[in-house]
Design a protein around this ligand. Structure first.
Ligand code: DC
Length: 234
């Protein structure tokens, strides 16, 4: 079943923003909360990744600002939901299976600093949130995309813990990897995401900080659901 954005919930426009660094567990948590509440899960990182794939396919370098600014306007990125799963379409092609690798992730981190890229994707994200109840995760959701979100979370974890989680994931997939190298990559990505000029990753003033280093996903989910309940949402 393919749907454009619709929600089973009739309180339109309720939004939960979850920001945080790479590997903090945002998508696992956001997906489960969306499922429990009957909301749409919007993975904004996937949009930056689809845009990065578009640049890579055109052999555009991460420092080629002119081409990035010009050509990002030509990328047709759309979001659909197939049986509740977010599907990112790049020029009509489902690219979900092509964007979850280090090359695309690094290109996304490097090119997401560009103002034109951000303008285009932020307006798509705001359109999605205007038409449904959403749990949206990313780097600038509480600070920039949805400044009036009903609940804002800044989800983080120690870089070593995040590296260990990623290491286990890769091991389970049979991919050879080195823990120290993964941690270095994570720290580099954090630095870039937190220090860019436009919409850097930071905790919104009214966001609740959750450090998941010593928490299970279930504990994080319960904490967030409690915050949702406190806003009067049933
Ligand atoms: O969450 P992720 O690893 O899929 O995101 C990939 C990159 O996209 C991330 O390093 C920075 C960028 N990004 C962003 O700038 N703003 C967002 N809201 C989401 C992701």
């Amino acid at each position: 079943m393919v749907t454009q954005v619709t929600t089973g919930n009739d309180i339109m426009g309720y939004s939960i923003a979850i920001d945080g660094p790479a590997g903090a567990g945002k998508s696992t948590i956001a997906k489960e909360i969306a499922r429990k509440l009957g909301f749409i899960y919007v993975d904004t990182g996937a949009m930056y990744r689809a845009m990065a794939l578009f640049f890579l396919r055109r052999n555009i370098g991460e420092n080629d600002i002119l081409r990035i600014e010009q050509e990002c306007k030509e990328a047709k990125i759309t979001i659909e939901y197939h049986n509740g799963e977010q599907v990112v379409l790049l020029d009509g092609e489902n690219v979900n299976g092509l964007i979850r690798n280090e090359q695309v992730g690094n290109m996304a981190s490097a090119t997401s600093i560009n103002e034109e890229v951000r303008k285009k994707l932020v307006s798509l994200q705001q359109e999605l949130a205007a038409s449904a109840c959403v749990v949206m995760d990313g780097r600038d959701i509480g600070t920039c995309v949805l400044p009036k979100a009903d609940v804002k979370i800044y989800l983080t974890a120690d870089s070593r813990v995040r590296a260990e989680r990623r290491y286990l994931e890769l091991q389970q997939k049979g991919v050879a990897c080195d823990l120290d190298t993964i941690e270095e990559d994570i720290k580099e990505r954090d630095y870039r995401d937190m220090n860019r000029k436009i919409s850097p990753l930071k905790q919104a003033q009214d966001a609740v900080l959750i450090d998941s280093s010593k928490m299970t996903p279930a504990q994080v989910i319960d904490t967030i659901l409690l915050l949702v309940e406190k806003t009067g949402f049933k």
